[in-house]
Design a protein around this ligand. Structure first.
Ligand SMILES: O=P(O)(O)O[C@H]1O[C@H](CO)[C@@H](O)[C@H]1O
Ligand SMILES: [Mn+2]
Ligand SMILES: [Mn+2]
Length: 402
């Protein structure tokens, strides 16, 4: 009896009742990708035609979409197998960011409002910039605005390599992001600057500082590397990971889960460069996961490589690639294991801007002993509540078991 939570980062399914407060009314990551595919607008060298996700659809993805928005997106209308349970969930936390989504999945909705940096230029308070430069011995910073991470390194990367000023930017999330060249500036040096920044933004109630290292020689070929690191504040309550740790369970975190939970209760952490490598790591670690253990994985490419880049074709291909690997996972499950595939927020690649979108998320579950319908859940915390019950851990403060 083990439990697995797989988060497809940003794979929202639309229909958030409060989406209009975020400027996201109508945003629908999976739905709009499926629409573009059906129109033949997502054909590429690696895929073509309608969106094909036979395995996730068999798990109930199409029906989860219908629960959220009232319609099954084109291509996802096959029957769900009775071996699986499906549902959808609205988020209770007010942030549509990665930590808020993951913490809520883990049983801790965010009870407060994050602070955000304004859409001005400069976006960071002068005092913060001055302190950072003084404490980290920097000649200055570049950027100092809201930006897309790939666009801003193309714009300022070369100047950064010459001057040694890191590129600092933010987004609609509560983040202070620092991009620097891995060789010219140095990876360890970047991490050091981020640690200093983390302390400086603590009193400002900023959720994360993010190191964004890149390589390359010019604006035309700069490429971000997998050495990204997130400096998050710890979750504001006991998560399913904390419960499992207190009970000495075997815990494995895959990908950036470890950073998102500020290394609390995250057990053995395995990194991987891209969704495929993360899937390999998930399969490998599942093999060694002890009875009563918990595996928590994040698949970041959907969000970082396609959602924020507003790359519909790439996102469609990434969904199909993930889907194609689902049977490998199902084959390796034991009869009494619980698997939940879900998401933390949306990032509709057809939407304006480059930020996340407020959406509902799918809950696709497999557990041989379950017959209950998951249906429409208020709050992602029902996932943790159900995992706690399954693993025979004490109940969490929030959430109701499916
Ligand atoms: O544009 P990039 O650098 O990918 O940044 C994105 O990634 C951040 C953290 O996930 C988000 O806040 C968003 O701004
Ligand atoms: Mn995310
Ligand atoms: Mn993101």
């Amino acid at each position: 009896m083990r439990a697995l939570i797989l988060v497809m980062d940003s794979v929202g399914i639309g229909g958030a009742p409060d989406a209009q407060h975020y400027g996201d009314k109508g945003a629908d990551t999976v739905g709009h990708i499926a629409d573009a595919c059906a129109r033949g607008q997502a054909d590429s060298e690696v895929r073509e035609g309608p969106l094909r996700l036979p395995n996730l659809v068999a798990m109930g993805l199409g029906h989860a979409c219908r629960l959220a928005t009232g319609r099954i997106p084109p291509g996802l209308d096959d029957v769900a197998s009775e071996h699986f349970q499906f549902g959808c969930a609205t988020e209770m936390s007010r942030g549509k960011d990665t930590p808020s989504g993951h913490w809520e999945i883990a049983g801790v909705p965010v009870p407060f409002e994050w602070e955000y940096f304004p859409r001005t230029r400069p976006c960071f308070p002068g005092e913060l910039t001055e302190r950072l430069c003084a404490q980290a011995r920097l000649p200055g910073i570049l950027g100092n605005c809201h930006a897309s991470g790939t666009e801003i390194i193309a714009e300022f990367g070369e100047r950064h390599m010459q001057s040694g000023e890191p590129i600092c930017y933010t987004s609609a999330d509560s983040v202070f992001q620092i991009a620097a060249h891995e060789e010219a500036f140095g990876l360890e040096r970047l991490y050091e600057v981020c640690s200093i920044a983390r302390k400086l933004v603590d009193p400002l109630n900023i959720g994360r500082v993010i190191a964004r290292p890149f390589i390359g020689n010019s604006g035309r070929d700069f490429k971000r590397t997998s050495h990204r690191r997130d400096y998050s504040v710890p979750p504001p309550g006991r998560t399913i990971l904390d419960l499992a740790e207190s009970d000495h369970r075997d815990i494995v975190s895959i990908g950036k889960i470890d950073d998102i939970f500020a290394h609390r209760g995250t057990g053995r952490n395995i990194r991987g460069d891209g969704n495929n490598a993360l899937f390999d790591a998930t399969l490998k670690e599942l093999h060694g996961l002890a009875d009563g253990g918990l595996l928590f994985a994040n698949f970041v490419d959907f969000d970082t490589t396609y959602g924020h880049r507003r790359d519909v074709k790439g996102y469609a291909a990434a969904l199909e690639a993930f889907d194609a690997r689902v049977p490998e996972l199902l084959d390796r499950l034991r009869g009494d294991d619980l698997l939940i595939i879900t998401a933390d927020h949306g990032c509709d690649p057809s939407w304006s801007g480059t930020d996340h979108t407020r959406e509902q998320v799918p809950i696709l579950a497999v557990n041989a002993n379950w017959t209950t319908r998951i249906g429409h859940r208020t709050g992602f915390a029902d996932i943790a509540a159900s995992v706690a019950k399954h693993l025979e851990l004490p109940p969490l403060l929030h959430g109701a078991c499916f």
